[in-house]
Design a protein around this ligand. Structure first.
Ligand code: SAM
Ligand code: SF4
Ligand code: F3S
Length: 481
């Protein structure tokens, strides 16, 4: 079985696997049917589930957190690794039992696995009623009607322009402090190991005005942090389709968009994910450095420390080029937190290549790393061109070595913050006790401190007195604002 090892520090781009939505707090009798939705995969999939909830809500469906009382069960799926797909299949067998007990229930598969497997899903998983790809959520109400009358309900058409820009996501499971805001969809890179370009289609940027409206509205509703989401945010590019008095607006780049969101209010923190090393520009780095409320934290996945492997992965940069980028980040934003994604055991990877990955990690000293062993995905460039020739035991052993090295680095990164003072945005009670609060620093580290009179949404100046591998522990000095 595949193991995905990460440190226990969580970022917002990391998914909370299998999370279901909380119910709406309104008169339940108003709804004609109830839906339950469970999400897997990346933050973008979670953001999509909020769009789906909005579409269904608009058609008179109410959400429930309990799948046993639902008329419609949706599972928003991920295909990134084989393990992600097997988790979904296991969950579907549980839903099948519910459906056998109550044949009126409809089960729908959404997201990347729906897109990858298309109609095959209906044949493979006999008790699935709907298969809906990531660009087809507007057709859900119609598909539900088709499924209700026993018809085949499949829509996996990918679009070149769908961004759901006009749909206000429903933040059903939110803490009321942080929210994801989708700024683009799809991906035009063709990293050879990756299934995303096939499941999410061509890259397209969302109308900047609608992004700003969504962020503004979140702020007005008490939210204090937005995370701008895309597979490759640095290639965000949007130009207004109409000119006013013959003057065509300047195109909005990612740096410009960051600035526009940051200017909504100094009290609104701005994060973003994910940056591709080849696309992040000095302009973006200077914008981060310029605005206090744009967090000094960059997730910059490298995938491998070997230039030979990087070339086979089609990442379009070398080890040296990546190192120069990390140096540049640290030059322009000296206290920037940097995290990465790594893959061990990609096709043809030798011990020497692996050592290069470890030495790159030694050089970069990441604050956080998501590490995986290579999982071949059908249809990808790597699956078509290269043999998956590193034995699984070797992939896992290398992964383990990498995880151990990173554990040391992340502990050192936490330890160097002891004795320092940070501005922390409070997100809620600590997991262990309501006597403590938890929040995050600008650099995305989790801080726990005694509650005193502080509350969710406050910015608090906290002095750090100790740490664990994943958490800074401190004492509040004052409320920052
Ligand atoms: N767009 C981001 C980027 O360019 O780095 C990340 C996309 S992907 C959703 C998240 C991570 O999953 C990747 O950075 C990579 O480390 C990992 N991943 C993708 N395909 C994989 C595969 N076939 N096997 C193992 N890990 C994979
Ligand atoms: Fe996949 Fe590469 Fe696109 Fe990231 S940039 S989603 S790894 S193809
Ligand atoms: Fe995300 Fe998984 Fe799809 S990582 S884009 S949900 S394949």
């Amino acid at each position: 079985m595949e193991t995905t090892l990460t440190t226990d520090l969580k970022t917002h781009n990391e998914a909370r696997q299998g999370e279901a939505f909380a119910p709406f707090k309104v008169d339940e009798t108003l709804y004609r049917k109830r839906f339950y939705i469970e999400s897997y995969g990346c933050a973008m999939n979670f953001a999509d589930s909020e769009v789906v909830a909005s579409i269904l809500h608009g058609k008179g469906f109410g959400a429930t957190k309990n799948c046993e009382e639902a008329d419609l069960i949706f599972i928003n799926t991920c295909s990134i690794r084989e393990k992600a797909e097997s988790t979904v299949r296991k969950r579907l067998t549980e839903f099948k039992k519910l459906k056998k007990a109550n044949p009126g229930i409809l089960v729908g598969v959404l997201g990347c696995m729906a897109e990858r497997l298309k109609e095959k899903f209906l044949q493979e998983e006999k008790l699935v009623d709907m298969v809906v790809g990531p660009d087809a959520y507007r057709s859900l109400p119609g598909l539900i009607e088709d499924a209700e009358t026993g018809q085949k309900a499949v829509n996996v058409l990918l679009s070149r322009d769908e961004t759901y820009a006009d749909i206000a996501p429903i933040r059903l499971n939110s803490n009321g402090v942080n929210a994801f805001v989708s700024i683009m969809r799809g991906c035009n890179n063709m990293c050879s190991f990756c299934v995303v370009p096939f499941t999410r289609g061509r890259e397209r940027s969302r109308d900047a005005a609608s992004i700003l409206n969504e962020c503004r509205e979140l702020f007005e509703n008490g939210y204090r942090e937005v995370t701008l989401l895309g597979q490759n945010v640095d290639s965000y590019h949007w130009t207004a389709p109409h000119s006013i008095d013959g003057i065509v607006d300047e195109p909005v780049t990612f740096a410009k968009l960051l600035e526009m969101v940051a200017l909504i209010s100094p009290l609104l923190r701005v994060r973003f994910s994910t940056s591709h090393p080849k696309d992040i520009t000095d302009e973006v780095l200077f914008t981060i450095a310029k605005y206090d409320n744009i967090c000094n934290y960059i997730h910059l996945p490298v995938q491998s420390g070997s230039s030979r492997v990087l070339q086979m992965m089609n990442r379009t940069y070398s080890r040296e080029w990546y190192i120069a980028k990390v140096n540049r980040i640290r030059e322009i934003i000296p206290d920037c937190g940097v995290s990465t994604d790594m893959i061990t055991g990609f096709c043809t990877e030798t011990e020497e290549d692996h050592q290069q990955s470890l030495s790159l990690m030694e050089y970069c000293h990441y604050d956080l790393a998501y590490m995986y062993f290579y999982s071949e995905r059908p249809g990808t460039l790597a699956a078509r061109r290269f043999a998956d020739d590193v034995p699984e035991a070797v992939k896992k052993r290398r992964l383990q070595e990498m995880v151990e090295l990173h554990r040391m680095h992340s502990l050192q990164s936490m330890q160097k913050d002891v004795g320092k003072t940070f501005k922390v945005l409070v997100e809620g009670f600590s997991k262990k006790t309501e006597a403590d609060l938890h929040g995050r620093t600008d650099q995305n580290k989790v801080v726990v401190f005694p509650k005193e009179n502080f509350q969710k949404g406050d910015y608090v100046i906290v002095n750090i007195h100790s740490c664990t591998a994943g958490t800074l522990l401190g004492k509040a000095l004052s409320c920052a604002i």
